[in-house]
Design a binder for this molecule. Sequence first.
Ligand SMILES: Nc1nc2c(c(=O)[nH]1)N[C@H]1C(S)=C(S)[C@@H](COP(=O)(O)OP(=O)(O)OC[C@H]3O[C@@H](n4cnc5c(=O)[nH]c(N)nc54)[C@H](O)[C@@H]3O)O[C@H]1N2
Ligand SMILES: Nc1nc2c(c(=O)[nH]1)N[C@H]1C(S)=C(S)[C@@H](COP(=O)(O)OP(=O)(O)OC[C@H]3O[C@@H](n4cnc5c(=O)[nH]c(N)nc54)[C@H](O)[C@@H]3O)O[C@H]1N2
Ligand code: SF4
Ligand SMILES: [Mo]
Length: 764
Amino acid sequence: MENGTHYRTCHLCEAMCGVAIEMKDGRIEAIKGDENDPLSHGHICPKAVALQDLHDDPDRLKKPIRRTATGWHEMEWEHAFDLVAERLHQVRKEHGNNAIGVYQGNPNVHNHGAMVASLPFLRAIGSQNRFSATSNDQLPHMLASLEMFGHQVLFPIPDIDRTDLFMCIGANPMASNGSLMTVPDIRGRLKALKNRGGKLVVIDPRRTETAKLADEFHFVRPGTDALLLMAMVNTLFAEDRVDLGHAEPWTRDVDLVRLAALPFTPDAVSAHTGLSPDAIRGLARQLATTQKAALYGRIGTSTQAHGGVATWLIYVLNILTGKLDTTGGVMFTQPAIDMVELGAMSGQKGHFGRRTSRVKGLPEFGGEYPSSTIADEILTPGEGQIRAFVTVAGNPLLSSPNGGRLEEAFSGLEFMVSVDYYLNETTRHADIILPPTAALERSHYDLIFSMFAVRNIAKYSEALFDPGPDTRHDWQILLELAHRLEKKRKGGRLTIRAEAGWRAFKQIGPDPLLDIMLRTGPYGADLGPAKTLMQPAIDLIMGVLPPGHPLRGLARLSPLDRRWRDLPKGLSLSALRANPSGIDLGPLRPCLPDRLYTRDGKINLAPRRYLRDLDRLLARLDTPVSDELLLIGRRHVRSNNSWMHNSQRLVKGKDRCTMMIHPNDASRFGLMEGDAAELTTDAGQIVVPVEITDDLMPGVISVPHGWGHSRNGTRQAVAEAHAGASINDIIRDDQIDPLSGTSVLNGQHVRVKAWKTEGSRKRA
Ligand SMILES: Nc1nc2c(c(=O)[nH]1)N[C@H]1C(S)=C(S)[C@@H](COP(=O)(O)OP(=O)(O)OC[C@H]3O[C@@H](n4cnc5c(=O)[nH]c(N)nc54)[C@H](O)[C@@H]3O)O[C@H]1N2
Ligand SMILES: Nc1nc2c(c(=O)[nH]1)N[C@H]1C(S)=C(S)[C@@H](COP(=O)(O)OP(=O)(O)OC[C@H]3O[C@@H](n4cnc5c(=O)[nH]c(N)nc54)[C@H](O)[C@@H]3O)O[C@H]1N2
Ligand code: SF4
Ligand SMILES: [Mo]
């Protein structure tokens, strides 16, 4: 890359900020916000500089490495691919396809190449034992979308730039920069909300960075949101405030929701939730009487014991108060590459509960089992036991419940391979690590987060650096392995056509496919010569794509579709290349009922599986409130899940892996500021420094996730020097939301006491 400014999207979190990277003599001089980015307008957060740190990190792996008796040794790519394919194939030949487990982590969804190659890779492996970060994250949102709108990734997104009331429950966008709501510069946007006379309401067990900007804030006891939200529904009906507005003609089963909410009066739930009956009624009334309002929930309402029902109720409340698909409410983004429509066209709108896991009988979602059960499936002998494991851009040892048990599981595997550029807590268990190119060495298009943006935009970024010599992109690694595994499955030979398909796929790669997707999408230019020229290659590639691959829907899309008639046209990859800061496609637009994918074309307000799960919620009303401490997580703007603690600039300063606790609880358990506290559950024990603050609700403690870099044998020097402890070492893997299969990462009971070392005991 020559000197000058390179424009790009930051891929680190969901906010899709535009960055302007100043280059001099082949090196990065500075990273700033791109003022011309139509979504972020120049905003970046402190993590953007880590783009450079990641690139320059001496610990980042660049060639495959193999674990041997004398330590890790580099190996050639060809040899590594051969060996991995051979070992995986051996395991499945001996023990069946399901003997291979696969875990896909969060960075996959920030990587269009990996996304395009992932389904062929999974099919080539052929195992039903698939897992991902989804079940530690947004599964309840996907389930609610599937059940209510008929499509697992059709999410209602707050129209935050035009709303007058933003009600935020179980999310802290000031730290996370938003999730299932791509919203760069949340601070600026919340300020604008206030400047136009709007209001921010936050409901959370911690007075968060977002809460500190709020006009109204309520503590809620962890895990009780479903009760609170039910009482809000109850209030709407009791006070005759239900008005579905625009969505009324397409919504069914409103009355079932009314009946379901009857027992959950504000008085009945008050003691459990910690909100007064008046406060609960007040929340319902505001939502009903503010025309432009959006109720929004995230990790705090999804990864908890009633995550399924709580997330469903957030959708329900928006619909009952007429906020769905209206300006300033919650709306469906219409991205330039419409993965929702592509999925539907290829017959893949999502599915749930088609089969259950071997050991615990937990339901699959979209072909994946809950990550909480990975260790069960590896450690429990019998037909179908996992004996080999593949991780792709994931660190389940730190990100999934019960790290200690996962550790035991991973260390007993017959074979493990990780596609990752760090030797970290998870990948150190691998036999071979295959490191992809660095992010700045690849092009970037946000297939996923463009779907969740608070404004319609399209943006493509060229690679900033040429990939180093002898390196492979994620998509190349996945396709190479897929090709080899398919070949082995077919006894060493593929048909001439299939062989040509794999070769074409590997040759062409994801970007020309982006072009076709853009051109056939809602804002597409006419197909022009691009498609004709590429048609033979595309036909070949289609031949090796598994059924349900979104690209299979391509053939049936056209920008001329009736529903897209009024949208601006002209997008193609070259149009995006000519506009490296991105192209604005306008504010969110109403699109009901066209964008519903349910069989009857209606919104299903009361799916039966949610109603059935209400018995469990009712039982909760009868359970007395206990005074045991409840553990919740938190995020910090300078951290990103488990994998960015190797940047000195991000980890420097005050220790962030602390246990926050209310002063009353601190004195109840004899803890002083800075003491080490010992946190114990049936899963394990960790020791973390105490941070006393009345920002926490009494009875609640908070520890961030993604830390715990002290395990032996990793290679992340900075992270090791700022190790912290992993909250997931004490989060139990036998607590899940039975409705959805989501891990209970928030609201588990924990025992806390001062940690006494030998020395301090003597002193005491
Ligand atoms: N207790 C608790 N646990 C949680 C959460 C919580 O709130 N509380 N949050 C959950 C959530 S929301 C999520 S999304 C998960 C995340 O969980 P995971 O996805 O399992 O883990 P990450 O920490 O994102 O680790 C990403 C891994 O990918 C590697 N990596 C980064 N970029 C690339 C790339 O481009 N290619 C490849 N091949 N590898 C790459 C990194 O080195 C790292 O090993 O954690 C979950 N765990
Ligand atoms: N800086 C930074 N940004 C990130 C990430 C990161 O690790 N660091 N991770 C990215 C990822 S993968 C994701 S999924 C998003 C997540 O985005 P957010 O959901 O906004 O992230 P959190 O900060 O975990 O916010 C969850 C909030 O829920 C609260 N909470 C916990 N339990 C409960 C409960 O029972 N009820 C209620 N009402 N609230 C509860 C917590 O106190 C916390 O404030 O962030 C993304 N952005
Ligand atoms: S908020 Fe920070 S990490 Fe997220 S996209 Fe923007 S600059 Fe990157
Ligand atoms: Mo996440």
